[in-house]
Design a protein around this ligand. Sequence first.
Ligand code: X8Z
Ligand code: ZN
Length: 667
Amino acid sequence: MMKPVRALLALSITAAVIGLGGCKKEPTPTTTTTGGAPVTAPAGETADQFIARVNDEYRKMYPEMSAAQWLSSTYINDDSQLLSAKANERYLAQLKSWIEQAGRFEGQQMSPETARAIQLLKLGTAMPPPKDPAKLEELTKIASKMEGMYGAGTYCKGEGDAKQCRQLGDLEDVLRSSRDYDAQLDAWQGWHTIAQPMRKDYVRFVELVNEGAHDMGFADAGEMWRSGYDMTPAEIAAETDRLWGQVKPLYEQLHCYAGTRLDAKYGADKGHVTGNMLPAHLMGNMWQQDWGNLWDILAPYPNASVPEITTALESQYRAAFDAQLSKNPGKRSPDDLAQIEQDARLASAKLMNERAQDFYTSLGMPKLPESYWSKTQFIKPRDRDVVCHASAWDMNMAGDVRIKMCIKPNEEDFTVIYHELGHVYYYLAYNKQPPLFQQGAHDGFHEAIGDTIVLAMTPKYLQSIGLAGDQQVSEESLINAQMRMALAKVSFLPFGLMIDRWRWGVFDGSIKPGDYNKAWWDLKAKYQGIAPVNARGEDFFDAGAKYHVPANTPYTRYFLSHVLQFQFYKALCDASGFKGPLYECSFYGNKEAGAKFQAMLSKGASQPWQKTLKELTGGEKMDASAVLEYFDPLQKWLKQQNEGKTCGWQSTTTAAAPAKQETPKQG
Ligand code: X8Z
Ligand code: ZN
């Protein structure tokens, strides 16, 4: 995820200082008390001097914050949670003090850089701290607790010797691989039980961050989140609607096709839920945000070639396992075997990482530092709970970069590594900027870097690195390749939008605590056309079963990223001199494309994102036409497949952003 202001905050920790824009501030004293430590602004300090001092103080306090966060994410227990909550509290108190001090300069002349830095500082956190120190302490405790509950979440069933306990990774395996209707339902429902106890905490959390946002001059925390885009909160909300309008017809075609195949697999009574919606537990993914695991059901042409790499990754893992076994011959206890398996997992995860690094270095970017390899958490440890949700960390703004994952040898995790390295290369590139500019141009940029590389992982590229077999050149194999990409990228789009539609409503009060779950499923229905097969009343807190809700990571960034990454990809293809249909382009090994990418990364948040986008793509608006250009062959094919079918779905929405009732229509 992100950086100082980000890494800790946005990422796992939750309090990220994201650069947002334009907020009102009350006049404030120049001396305040932060967590017991008085902080005094020197008399006569200019705005430029103030920002230089903040950057300096920030750089100094940052490593301790990230260390506390790292520990609590990679070793979940009460002690690490206490330390991370305290560190976060100190940071937020300091941030509050800086923002108060910045009030002195309102209306004064200052350099554009300093004005921008103050703006970024003021809008910096995803978890705005209330002024009252007792409430701040309460807030950071709840935040650490909720993230810990998510990370340690375990679903148990059965009694005595028959008791079986599973965590998220095991339950995801069921959705990925089992096609047993009831086993999938059990895994899906089981995971959602872990969020039920979070509900009360989340209600309080919302009250506290809203109070903090209010203290900072915002109507609520959602408005603060929407203020980070160098445009007004209303404008960015309207932008997301506009972009969704561009891609919605493509999603509807994919939805319709998937429904037909699910009916064929499970029977018409089970392949759909009332209103022509798709059943939440059958989409191969806990949150239905990526349908790539349903390849066995959705493959357009099972007999044509496909850029499928899980098989190769699994055999790489088995080879690593055999190698470890032969290193440890003789009699082995179950514990020895478990350790051998663990060593093999680690070896294969590192190989996957090396492969990802190779793409970046082929563009002229540096090799990852030695400490990356020794300090990264590649796989799930055997002896403790950790937050498995993947993240990328800049520990000190000076080269100690890491990722934290629980890598398995499959395609999904392989692409997540490329995603995380996008964050890491962004960190390394903008480390030369002052700390307040060490952020993405906006948060969607940060999320789009690695995914841009994933788009360049064409069937030919995968074949060239030995992860995919021979790729035919045929209409069938093109549609197969497009479908694989669409199942990851197109299915994500409405999900990327609905999470913050829910949170914006929760923060602005239009979704009341008594309607949390209803509003969640109303929005899932409206945007994704997905529904649960059994009633999900207010005993549940299904939003809490998605990492970014308990971790308080804003989510609009991922929606924007799924549009921007196609714009970046097209621009880098152009820079590499590629001529031909967009979907065939890979800029692997192309130094011109690499230099252009690197130039953008090194700018960080030092200028409005529109300028940064223009330098890379020539345009200064986010625009989904590159998504549509990329998927043009698939969209045509889907329309043919759906001809005569009843497409679309019916959802009646009573949530924050009311939808027009949609009626089924012909595809
Ligand atoms: O959270 C992530 C990354 C870390 S920034 C693994 N993603 C979103 C998610 O998993 O929900 C990447 C795509 C969407
Ligand atoms: Zn990310």
